[in-house]
Design a protein around this ligand. Sequence first.
Ligand code: SF4
Length: 315
Amino acid sequence: MRVIAETEKSDIATVYIAEFGQGKYLEFVESTQPPIPREKKWVLIVSTLFGCPIGCKFCDSGWQYFGKLSKHEILQQIDYMVAKRFPRREINIDKFKIQFSRMGEPTLNENVLNVLEEFDQHFKARNFIPSLSTVAPIGRDNFFARLLNIKKRKYDDTFQLQFSIHSTSYAQRDKIIPVKKMNFEEIAKYGENFYSGNNRKITLNFALFKDAEVDVNIISKYFSPEIFLIKLTPVNPTAASKNNNIVSEVFSNSNVLNLVRQLEALGYDVILSIGEMEENKIGSNCGQYITNFLKMRQKFDDAYTYQLIFTNESS
Ligand code: SF4
């Protein structure tokens, strides 16, 4: 792995671009959540595929696909960021979270599971929080079964799982995430087995775009508020969302506030994850992918505005 560039210095996030030979590139990110200091919470976001074959309509990762990362290639991204701050690989942070969600649908790569199995052989972390976000493609039963097994054995209290469903209309969900997916009954059943009462509730994520259908009756029909929480995020400004005319919902609009009120009345915990505008400028938010943005060379006022500093570090 050769890190060829990183975004200019920021207290919020840094995106690294790495080359793996044969024209394969990926990105990984480290971030904090101000005002929480880094010693209290540090989040690494790593790629699991070279590109992504799913092609969600607002994600810049889904334009091309060059295969899965090996276990070693996933570990290399983690090690690069850890070694800069903790050369002994002993991570002394109150909450050290790794999201397997930068580039690529993680359930398409079983090496994610191999990394989860072996993590403690490579790093010592006081409080390691693995986090996986999936659009729930079908045909990945073996992956999901093994994930459940690893979570119960090693991360029962800490694992964070998110299903990104984006719409309660199957037709709209199919438009945004254009592959065959688990239905709501299947997601609910898996979540019920996964949740142990000790770890964070399973997240149902909706990236709210204008005209997104989010029906609280459908949510409550399938998903218990005892097991699932609802996270509402904006659609981040990406080249893909711009090209597909997907416009983010404004979070101060009355329909969003009404939605939150209705969900809370039904007993759901609701996270309004608006995020730092600065993260859009850096390009570190979900779905943003600097490398493809550079190829497409589109103009944004509010995204991808940080300078890239070119480096030449191998690991
Ligand atoms: S959002 Fe995730 S699953 Fe969808 S194209 Fe992007 S990386 Fe792939």
